[in-house]
Design a protein around this ligand. Sequence first.
Ligand SMILES: NC(=O)c1ccc[n+]([C@@H]2O[C@H](COP(=O)([O-])OP(=O)(O)OC[C@H]3O[C@@H](n4cnc5c(N)ncnc54)[C@H](O)[C@@H]3O)[C@@H](O)[C@H]2O)c1
Length: 297
Amino acid sequence: MLDLVVVPEKTLPAIHFISNESSSGQLKRLEGKVAIVTGGAGGIGEAIVRLFVKHGAKIVIADIDDAAGTHLANSLSSSTIFLRCDVSSEMDIQNLINFTVSRYGQVDILVNNAGILGNQTKHKSIVDFDANEFDKIMGINVRGAALGMKHAAKVMVPRRSGCIISTASVAGVMGGLGPHAYAASKHAIVGLTKNAACELGSYGIRVNCVSPFGLATSMLINAWRGCDDQGEDEAEEEVEKVEKRVRSLANLKGVTLKTEDIAQAVLYLASDESKYVSGHNLVVDGGFTTSKNCIDL
Ligand SMILES: NC(=O)c1ccc[n+]([C@@H]2O[C@H](COP(=O)([O-])OP(=O)(O)OC[C@H]3O[C@@H](n4cnc5c(N)ncnc54)[C@H](O)[C@@H]3O)[C@@H](O)[C@H]2O)c1
């Protein structure tokens, strides 16, 4: 927080600022906080981890991708650790919370970000609905988030403080923006967020979610192209292709949605700036879900 101190004119010409800025001049909005980011090894989760680290948080990256998670943790501060965790497993989630508490003494922030889209091309129509695929998607996207809330709440309630943020999607705001199971899972996250916020508010714990529009992470790149491995140049081209397609679908023109933009929204919900915000779905879609076509009135 910035504190304005007016000093006498004779000693200094104007106004001097005292703040909790880092040496790079950036305000550290999560100084001293302990955060868990599921699905933090890549994509949106990675952007959240990177931004949280810049803002002084101690982080546990929880993911099933050991190589990417370990590499990311090692490339960041010494207070960033990777722990393998499949969010659909209650034992893994319990272990994640216990590990974080034993390592850092507390859990201030849980970001339930891990999620999968499912096989978009194979089971697109409701008549081809695959119940096993549905269970898998719900198991990771919804059960994973609910288990995260359960075990985080167990350690947050006694401290009467904490903050839980889940990654939903525009596919959880309106229909037609993803496969059926995925859309159902993201609507469920919005509902779960509101219900948990209702209960946990009594303990000073805030529960929110963010709903991004399309981002060129491996999730969308794979869904829009097939899944063959590519070289670095080709991968860059794929990112540009997906961003171009998202820009063409977007309502807000002249900007490209980046994972860093979602990380900024999550940072806001995790920090004290949003101290009275709970049960909220922060939609980051450039106005896409608020109207179909603008009528020129
Ligand atoms: N990319 C988009 O356009 C978009 C839009 C809206 C919402 N989202 C949501 O954002 C979140 C992150 O997606 P992303 O785009 O970064 O995808 P991504 O595929 O790039 O990253 C997902 C991460 O989750 C991890 N993960 C997958 N299953 C897991 C499990 N069972 N346990 C733990 N970790 C697991 C993966 O290893 C990966 O690191 C998801 O919940 C997704 O539904 C993405």
